[in-house]
Design a protein around this ligand. Structure first.
Ligand code: ACO
Length: 323
């Protein structure tokens, strides 16, 4: 059978960091409040003129380097983002052009913070059905551009960044020992669409708008939804939480991460967390965390890696990868 194998990953963070102390000078908040409620200490902010596609290209180049591949080897680009450069075309085609790729297909995927898991599952399907051979799956966001910098309940939480993985269709034996994406499960429930949304958009207001969030409502649903998706993936693959080597959740905040791992029975030593340094980078958070844990030697070939996310919509999902 064909599996989508991870050939390499890469991340990119804008140079400018914004600390909690700096935020305390902008809105009525404190380092203590932000650290205790979210675990976030600093986040990166894109420079003026530095676009989602620029971040994506930087992450993609690092992933291609890690894979030992030239851009021309890629025939599919799926870019998860809720903050595209423009309403259209898809920022993925800008990434394609900036990388000098003239073959294959490129499109954006919109599932907000779950975007990377949705993009991973979609790309995996497209690779396994044979139409494409090598893909860049990218999460890239410039949430700083849709934040209301006077709203302390949201502006302290998010940051900018991008992460990418190269997936390659490869014949495998069809067992749990196979490398690649072993299973993924995606869910959405639009009844929750007004709990985390942007109050602008081309059709509704002809404006870009600002992010609005009922933080407590998001928190209330997040752990149960994400754990449900993880349990479905475990059941689909005949594995248990004990089999997982690394748990790489969407980096929304440390309390959600810890509560999810606890509920699933995953030990704290298996959690990859970057939220302290990156904040919530939406669709970029998982590939950035993967890159972080590969770079520091934690995630190694053969490891079983569980990724999971939840975001606006609500959307949520999980995927199990043999690295
Ligand atoms: N600094 C200081 N005080 C603040 C701040 C701030 N930045 N923000 C809110 N407060 C105040 C509130 O005004 C409130 O004051 P009040 O009691 O006088 O009314 C008080 O702190 C408590 O507010 P709550 O909203 O109840 O605080 P809570 O403990 O729920 O923490 C938080 C808020 C961190 C947003 C939490 O709800 C959360 O983590 N929610 C999940 C949101 C999330 O992760 N969203 C990301 C997108 S979705 C995803 O990625 C999963």
């Amino acid at each position: 059978i064909i599996r989508s194998i991870v050939r390499g990953c890469g991340g990119y963070l804008p140079a400018r960091t914004l600390t909690n102390a700096e935020l305390a000078g902008m809105v009525d908040t404190s380092d203590d409040w932000i650290v205790q409620r979210t675990g976030i200490r600093e986040r990166h902010i894109a420079a003026d003129g530095e676009l989602t596609s620029d971040l994506a290209v930087a992450a993609a180049r690092r992933a291609l380097d890690a894979a030992g591949l030239e851009p021309q080897a890629i025939d599919l680009i799926v870019l998860a983002t809720a903050t595209p450069d423009h309403t259209f075309p898809a920022s993925a085609v800008t990434v394609q052009a900036k990388l000098g790729i003239t073959q294959g297909a490129a499109f954006d995927m919109q599932a907000v913070c779950s975007g990377f898991v949705f993009a991973l599952a979609t790309t995996d399907s497209m690779l396994r059905t044979g139409g494409f051979s090598r893909a860049l799956v990218i999460g890239s966001e410039t949430f700083s551009r849709i934040l209301d910098w006077t709203d302390r309940t949201t502006c302290v939480i998010f940051g900018d960044g991008a992460g990418a993985v190269v997936l390659e269709a490869t014949p495998q034996s069809g067992t749990l020992a196979d490398r690649g994406v072993l299973a993924a499960r995606l869910r959405s429930d639009g009844r929750h669409k007004d709990k985390l949304y942007v109050d602008g958009g081309p059709s509704a207001t002809r404006t870009v708008g600002f992010l609005r969030m009922e933080g407590r409502e998001v928190f209330r649903h997040a752990v149960g939804m994400m754990c449900g998706a993880v349990e479905d993936v475990l059941a689909a693959t005949g594995t248990t939480a004990a089999d997982i080597d690394w748990f790489v959740p969407h980096q929304a905040n440390q309390r959600i991460i810890d509560a999810s791992a606890h509920k699933l029975g995953i030990g704290p030593e298996k959690i990859v967390s970057t939220v302290a340094l990156h904040g919530n980078t939406s669709a970029a958070s998982i590939p950035l965390a993967l890159d972080h844990a590969v770079a520091d030697g934690r995630i190694k070939p053969g490891d079983l890696v569980m990724v999971e996310a939840m975001g606006g919509g609500f959307t949520w999902g999980a995927a199990l990868i043999r690295w």
